[in-house]
Design a protein around this ligand. Structure first.
Ligand code: PLP
Length: 398
C-alpha cells in the first residue's frame, strides 16, 4: 500500500506507541489519586505538557489544555471565548477553514452574530487587505488556520496577528494549526497568537488526542464541566496513554522539521513535477511557494476525482479527492470553490499528502501508474472535444 493521504491521518510512530504502552498496561492509575502509583501517571501528563509547551514555544505549561482532537480544540477556543465575553457580537474567519471552524461559526450566525468570511486568491492565499477592512470595535474573535488541509497553503499568521492587534488589541486570535504541526515551526509568542489548536493524529500520534494553547491573557468558559482536571477548563479523567503519546509525537515532530523541509518537500516536488509534465490535463491547484512541504493538490481536467481515486485504490495507492462525497451527492470542495478553481478541474482534483514515511520508490510507482489511469479515464470522459483542444494547446500530450 502507498499511503499519500497524510493530511487525513498519519501512521502512529513506533516510538510514540512505545511511550504509550506502559500507561495502557501496568501504569493505569488515575492521575488525580494520592498514592505513589498515581504519581507516575500524573508525572507522565506533566512531562507531556512540558513537551507541548516547548513544541509551541508557549510561556508556561499552564497554557496547554489536553483535548480529544483538533475539532474539540477549535470548539473549545471559539465557544469558550465567546461565552466568556458575550457582549461583542462580531466574529471573523476565512472561507477556507476546516468545517470544525466554519460550522461552528455558522451556528453563531444563526444566533444573530455578525460574521465575516475572508476570501482567498486563485492560489489559495489570504486576502489581507480584506481582513484589514473587517476588524471592528465589537470584533470578539478572529479564527484563521495556519495551513490549509486541502491545498497546504500557509497563511501569514504573524502578519494577521499584527493586523488584528493594531486595529483592536482586545480582539482574540485563534489559530487552527492542525495541518501546520509537525510540518513547519510553530511559535505562539513570536506570532502573537492567543489560542491555537493541534491534533495528534496528524503528526504520528493516535486519533483521540489533541491540545489547545490558551495564553494567560485570554479567558474562556469550559465546554465540559465537572472535575478540576485541566485547570477546570476540561473536566474528565485524563487520557494518560494518549497524552503521553502526544508529548512524544511533538518531541519527534520538532526534531523532524528539517527532514520535512528538505526530504519530504523533495519527494512532494518530484511527485508534483512528474504529474504535471506527464499528464496534459493536470493543473496545479495551489500556491507554489507558501505551502507546507508535504502537500500538493492537482486537478485533472474533465474527469471525475472519485473515479481516479477508485482506480488508484485498485493499485494500492491512497490519496484524497478535493471534493467531499457525502451520502452519494458530490459536493465540490468549498476550498477550491473559494479559490475560483475552474469547473473543468473542480470535480477532478486530488490531494496528495506525504509524510516522513513516504519513500522515493512509492513516488516512482505513482508516477509510473497515474498517467495510465488518467489516459484510461480521459477516453471515457464525456468531454472529448475539450480534451482534444486542451491536448493541442499544451503541445500534444506534454
Ligand atoms: N483543522 C484542520 C485544518 C484539519 O485538517 C482537521 C482534520 O482534518 C481538523 C481541524 C480536525 O481535526 P480532528 O480530526 O483531530 O478533529
Amino acid at each position: 500500500m502507498i499511503y499519500l493521504d497524510n493530511n487525513a491521518t498519519t501512521k502512529v510512530d513506533e516510538k510514540v506507541l512505545e511511550e504509550m504502552l506502559p500507561y495502557l498496561k501496568d501504569e493505569y492509575a488515575n492521575p488525580s489519586s494520592m498514592y505513589d502509583f498515581s504519581r507516575r501517571a500524573h508525572n507522565a501528563i506533566k512531562e507531556a505538557r512540558g513537551k507541548i509547551k516547548d513544541f509551541l514555544n508557549a510561556v508556561n505549561e499552564r497554557e496547554i489544555i489536553f483535548t480529544s482532537c483538533g475539532s474539540e480544540s477549535a470548539n473549545m477556543a471559539i465557544k469558550g471565548v465567546l461565552a466568556y465575553n458575550n457582549s461583542k457580537r462580531h466574529i471573523i474567519t476565512t472561507k477556507v477553514e476546516h468545517p470544525c471552524v466554519l460550522n461552528t461559526y455558522k451556528e453563531y450566525e444563526k444566533q444573530g452574530y455578525d460574521v465575516d468570511y475572508i476570501g482567498v486568491n486563485n492560489s489559495g492565499e489570504l486576502d489581507l487587505e480584506e481582513l484589514k477592512t473587517k476588524i471592528r470595535k465589537d470584533t470578539a474573535l478572529v479564527s484563521i488556520m495556519w495551513a490549509n488541509n486541502e491545498t497546504g497553503v500557509i497563511f501569514p499568521i504573524k502578519q494577521v496577528s499584527e493586523i488584528i492587534k493594531s486595529r483592536n488589541p482586545e480582539t482574540k486570535f485563534f489559530v487552527d494549526a492542525v495541518q501546520a504541526a509537525g510540518k513547519i515551526p510553530i511559535d505562539v509568542q513570536e506570532n502573537g497568537i492567543d489560542m491555537l489548536g493541534i491534533s495528534g493524529h496528524k503528526f504520528h500520534a493516535p486519533k483521540g488526542v489533541g491540545a489547545l494553547y490558551i495564553n494567560s491573557k485570554t479567558s474562556i468558559l469550559p465546554l465540559i464541566t465537572g472535575g478540576h482536571q485541566e485547570r477546570g477548563l476540561r473536566a474528565g479523567t485524563e487520557n494518560v496513554p494518549y497524552i503521553a503519546g502526544l508529548g512524544k509525537a511533538a518531541e519527534l515532530a520538532a526534531a523532524g522539521l528539517e527532514y520535512e523541509a528538505k526530504e519530504v518537500k523533495r519527494l512532494r516536488d518530484k511527485l508534483e513535477a512528474g504529474i504535471l509534465s506527464s499528464v496534459f490535463n493536470a493543473r496545479l491547484n495551489t500556491a507554489i511557494t507558501n505551502r507546507v512541504p508535504n502537500t500538493t493538490n492537482i486537478g485533472f481536467e474533465y474527469i471525475e476525482g472519485e473515479l481516479i481515486l477508485l482506480h488508484l485504490s485498485d493499485l494500492g495507492i491512497c490519496a484524497s479527492s478535493g471534493s467531499a462525497c457525502t451520502s452519494g451527492s458530490l459536493e465540490p470542495s468549498h476550498v477550491l470553490r473559494a479559490m475560483g478553481t475552474p469547473f473543468t478541474s473542480l470535480h477532478g482534483s486530488i490531494r496528495w499528502s506525504l509524510s516522513k514515511f513516504t519513500t522515493e520508490k512509492e513516488i516512482d510507482y505513482v508516477l509510473e501508474k497515474l498517467p495510465v489511469v488518467i489516459e484510461k479515464l480521459n477516453k471515457i470522459s464525456p468531454f472529448q472535444k475539450e480534451l482534444e483542444h486542451l491536448k493541442a494547446c499544451k503541445g500534444g500530450g506534454k
